[in-house]
Design a protein around this ligand. Structure first.
Ligand SMILES: *[C@@H]1O[C@H](CO)[C@@H](O)[C@H](O)[C@H]1NC(C)=O
Ligand SMILES: *[C@@H]1O[C@H](CO)[C@@H](O)[C@H](O)[C@H]1NC(C)=O
Ligand SMILES: *[C@@H]1O[C@H](CO)[C@@H](O)[C@H](O)[C@H]1NC(C)=O
Ligand SMILES: [Zn+2]
Length: 968
């Protein structure tokens, strides 16, 4: 899935989502949804959007399905220790489900909405047992409805274990291995707006409230919709039936097989059985076409066209890339008004937040557009990675999310060739991963998890971004062909089954042998990156004719105490595919890999003939060396001060000699090394001086995230004035070149303008502030209610006008927020409203974040953390979440991935002992933090490191700024 994000590319995007108006009791059409499940994966939905769908037919590449190996190498996931075993016994295996659901959204007020269901499960006995144990959560099983047939076994009794979310059905006799049994029962469950399981969403149409029933099952909530064996590796086929009123529509993973008229105005839609067997796939002809449809609120139907276009293109691209055709007969995409995550890859029926799927050419920015393309590509990639081949257990979740996060770039590049996606990758994925993974509170990619809260907590930056970064590194050292063929073999050999990371090493290893690669011990290499947390910093020193390289574990806070939850069996040493070039060579193709896996190594520099034509090796003393070319490797690089100064000289004289990725890397590494105390702060600051000449989005992005950190730390410090003046110097000329006129800008121009105008206005470049205020005023005064501001600069304009304005500006934005129909615009408005500097306005805004009729539930967390990013809002937001903790936890904490974001977002700028104590006290007072516990540990660690940062860095920054202003 894609997590709910609060920020994304194009600095104008503070993306959160939208929320909407209150409900009126009159209920009109409905949408229902429900689902299917392939364990984790599939879901079905019902929907009714009274509007029609856009339809597109995607041609399918003729896929050569090939022969399927019969072996699977699935390994057992480790049993969790100390706790009760949350895994189902392996005595029984479900083969097929028949699920029938009737969401009832008619009788009584929404609080009483519920669904009725029945399920029949065909089960094969693997080992004799006296009970059938499966999952159920929050379901009331109807008395007398449980029936077991098969052999001479019958139903005896059942009980629910609410802690393990087990339904245990006792039998009269033992089952016999190899025999098939049928278990059936009826049940009732609540239909609430909880964003997981089978849940209720709604939107307004005129004064009517339209309800939609939909699903979100990943990772462990299918069991809230019907009793099932809810583990990712337990696959089966599903036949779904959804009962609905005749004026509604229903969607599920598969196409509708037939309609069955029921009483009065009810009808049952029977869906075709979902895939599982290989023969089923092979039965599909190679020249079929399948349909790809998009769904949204009727008012937003036009906005689905771009996402649909990307979906169709990317699906075809991945079929070619994997050489495996998309196995289902159809694909639907649906934008839901209420959705907890960013999107969910249900097989054949992908669900999205509106901001992740809808694009309006008039109202959306290029940032919104890229977000749609990226999320659509991510979910389509999951149709193979995750749906066709599923991790055996949640401990290998990164196989799903790392691959989808990596392949989304490949998908977008296929559709949008000039967006510079792989350059953006460096800051968006790689640098974010390195940042998160530099803490002792990180975890290995492969991580034991047991209960649902732990499972939810691994949907984090490690699984997504480190996962993707390590895959990018593998692609680099394997080469494109070996990488792709290995993946294709892995998918083909395990399709409809489950896998662990070892299956992937095996496939890549074999392919490396077939392709005669230098190194074929893929497992030996990759295990060091996947089974231990963190990553190395490689220190490079150059001597005449050779480099000395050393590796050691990098921690952003070297004094942090490792809690010892995860031990490394590799002694924090990694198998590093080291690359370098130097000033006389300028070879940025990274064609030469020097592997090293020990603590240190000596590498003999390759010089070209011309360089040594006088018979002497060049003296490195006045030339730079640059390591980790294009930053393909998942590690940082440090040098001696001399080499750093040579690199800075190059940036200052002619930065374009060094490729974009490495310019971003130099800045990012220098700043992080300085934070860790391994590099002088003045050198880190020196890497930013050249920015006044930098015109590429990516290095600026890398620098702004570091300078933004300094800004956050200095918010309440006397140095803030000089620091702002420095920022203003860097940006003012660049801003006057760009201005805010974004008419006819290309994608990347628009990104640059968003980035630079927002920086310029933030640091008070007068022409920027004036232009923003004037544009906003023009909008407030517009008589035709049409917004005259270009979407690419809207966020900056709104935020600046609200920051420098008062209640009139804020209330105008709020009014626009009530009326807008475009999710991206709503998200910008919510972000901009957090820019106010008035305490009472921000307090009022905070109160509204948890009134679902004001701010949609899915947007609450994003809005609160945005308010916390404002120095005036920070203490307000922190007081607010502590005061409302019980309520937030109850209403927003259940299985919600964004809860960890709430904690980290609200506390990330903490940098005083007083704040540290507040965090620690709060944790002590709340022993049961559930999925928030890890986030709290990280917050505490981060705060400690921020405190040290202040002690250590304020003096050198003061000196550096003084020196800068006296010499320039
Ligand atoms: C159900 O059966 C399994 C395997 O036969 C056994 O391990 C488990 O203890 C049983 N559960 C209960 C509640 O009796
Ligand atoms: C099911 O069987 C187990 C093991 O014999 C027993 O402990 C449990 O009480 C039974 N449950 C019910 C509801 O009878
Ligand atoms: C399930 O049973 C409980 C206890 O009897 C009851 O309070 C609840 O309303 C029931 N839920 C549904 C959806 O009927
Ligand atoms: Zn995903």
């Amino acid at each position: 899935m894609v997590r709910g994000m609060s920020i994304s590319g194009g600095s104008d995007e503070v993306l959160f989502q939208k929320k909407k108006g209150c409900y009126v009791t009159r209920v009109k059409g409905v949408i229902l949804g429900t689902v299917a499940v392939v364990a984790v994966v599939a879901v079905a939905l019902i929907v009714h959007f009274t509007g029609e769908e856009s339809t597109a037919l995607g041609g399918v590449a003729d896929a050569n399905i090939g022969e399927r190996p019969t072996t699977t190498t699935t390994t057992e996931a480790p049993a969790p220790k100390e706790k009760r075993d949350v895994r189902l016994p392996a005595t029984l295996a479900p083969r097929a489900y028949d699920v029938r659901l009737r969401p009832n959204m008619y009788d009584g007020p929404p609080e009483e909405f519920h669904f009725n269901g029945s399920v029949t499960i065909e089960i094969e006995c693997i080992e004799a047992t006296r009970n059938i144990t499966l999952h159920a959560n929050k379901l009331n099983i109807t008395n007398g409805s449980v029936v077991v047939t098969g052999g001479d076994v019958a139903f005896e009794s059942f009980e629910l274990d609410t802690e393990l979310q087990f339904l245990i059905v006792n039998l009269t006799k033992e089952t016999v291995p190899g025999e098939i049994y049928n278990l059936s029962m009826d049940f009732v469950g609540p239909l609430e707006d909880g964003l997981d399981g089978l849940y209720l969403s709604s939107y307004k149409q005129g004064s009517d409230t339209i309800y939609v029933t939909t699903t979100q099952f990943q990772p462990t909530d299918a069991r809230k919709a019907f009793p099932c064996f809810d583990e990712p590796a337990i696959k089966a086929t599903f036949r779904i039936t959804l009962e609905r009123k005749t004026d509604q529509k229903a969607l599920s993973n598969m196409p509708i097989h037939n309609h069955e008229p029921l009483e009065a105005d009810w009808v049952a839609d029977h869906f075709e059985e979902t895939a599982k067997m290989s023969t089923y796939l092979l039965a599909l002809g190679p020249d079929r076409t399948h349909s790809y449809r998009a769904w949204a609120r009727p008012d937003a139907r036009e906005q689905t066209l771009y996402g649909l276009h990307v979906g169709v293109e990317v699906l075809t691209h991945f079929e070619e890339f994997f050489n495996i055709s998309y196995p289902l007969p159809k694909q639907d995409m649906i934008a839901l008004p209420d959705f907890g995550a960013g999107a969910m890859e249900n097989w054949g029926l992908i669900t999205y937040r509106e901001t992740a799927m809808l694009y309006d050419p008039e109202e959306s920015s290029e940032g919104n557009k890229q977000r749609v393309a990226v999320v659509v590509a991510h979910e389509v990639a999951h149709q193979w990675f995750g749906n066709l081949v599923t991790p055996s257990w949640w401990d290998d979740l990164w196989l799903n999310e790392g691959f989808a996060s990596y392949l989304e770039y490949s998908g977008v590049v296929h559709v949008e060739k000039d967006w510079g996606m792989w350059e953006q990758y460096i800051v968006d994925d790689l640098h974010s991963a390195l940042s998160f993974d530099g803490l002792v509170a990180s975890h290995p990619l492969f991580v034991p998890v047991a209960d649902p809260a732990e499972i939810s907590s691994v949907f984090d930056s490690i699984s997504y971004l480190k996962g993707s970064s390590v895959i990018r590194m593998a692609r680099f050292f394997l080469g494109d062909d070996t990488f792709r063929k290995g993946l294709s073999n892995y998918l083909k050999s395990l399709e409809y089954g489950a896998a662990t990371h070892n299956d992937l090493w095996y496939a890549w290893g074999n392919q490396s042998v077939a392709d005669s690669k230098d190194r074929t011990d893929v497992k030996k290499i990759m295990d060091t990156w996947v089974l231990q947390m963190n990553y190395p910093v490689v220190t490079v020193t150059s001597h005449i004719g050779k480099l000395h390289v050393k590796q050691k574990r990098f921690l952003i806070d070297p004094d942090a105490v490792d809690p010892g939850i995860y031990n490394s069996t590799y002694g924090y040493m990694w198998e590093i595919p080291f690359t370098y070039t130097h000033e006389d060579e300028l070879n940025f193709t990274a064609s030469r890999i020097n592997w090293f896996g020990n603590e240190s190594a000596v590498i003999f520099i390759e010089y070209s003939f011309q360089e040594i034509s006088d018979g002497n090796l060049p003296d490195p003393s006045d030339k730079w060396i640059l390591a980790n070319v294009r930053q393909y490797g998942y590690y940082r690089v440090n040098y001696d001060d001399h080499n750093w100064r040579e690199l800075i000289r190059q940036l200052d004289n002619n930065h374009t000699v060094i490729p974009t990725e490495n310019r971003a890397q130099i800045v990012n590494d220098a700043w992080n090394l300085a934070r860790a105390g391994e590099l002088n702060m003045s050198i880190a600051l020196d890497t930013t001086k050249y920015l006044k000449d930098e015109r590429n989005y990516v290095p600026w992005d890398a620098a702004l995230s570091q300078l933004g950190f300094v800004d956050t730390m200095l918010q309440r410090n006397g140095l803030n004035g000089d620091f702002s003046k420095y920022m203003l110097r860097l940006v003012e000329d660049y801003f006057s070149e760009l201005t805010m006129d974004n008419t006819n800008a290309t994608h990347l121009e628009s990104y640059r303008r968003s980035q630079i105008s927002s920086t310029a206005c933030d640091y008070g470049v007068a022409s920027c502030v004036e232009e923003a205020k004037a544009l906003y005023r023009a909008w407030m005064n517009a008589t035709d209610s049409k917004n005259p501001i270009n979407p690419g600069v809207r966020f900056t304009v709104y935020c600046t006008a609200i920051r420098h304005g008062g209640q009139a500006e804020w209330d105008f934005a709020y009014e626009q927020h009530r009326n807008s129909n475009v999710a991206g615009e709503l998200s910008r408005l919510r972000g901009a409203m957090a820019c106010s500097r008035q305490t009472w306005i921000l307090s009022r805004y905070l109160e509204r974040t948890i009134q679902p009729e004001e701010i949609r539930k899915q947007d609450a967390v994003g809005t609160i953390t945005t308010i916390a990013a404002n120095p005036v809002g920070r203490p307000l937001a922190w007081d607010f979440i502590r005061a409302k903790w019980e309520y937030l936890n109850r209403e927003y904490g259940q299985g919600s991935f964004s809860f960890a974001n709430l904690i980290s977002g609200t506390t990330s700028s903490f940098n005083t002992e007083y704040e540290l104590k507040q965090l620690a006290d709060f944790k002590d007072d709340h022993p049961d933090l559930g999925s928030g516990a890890r986030a709290f540990d990280r917050a505490i660690e981060r705060t400690k490191s921020n405190i040290k940062w202040m002690e250590k860095n304020v003096p050198p920054i003061r000196d550096w700024l003084a020196n800068y202003f006296s010499t320039t």
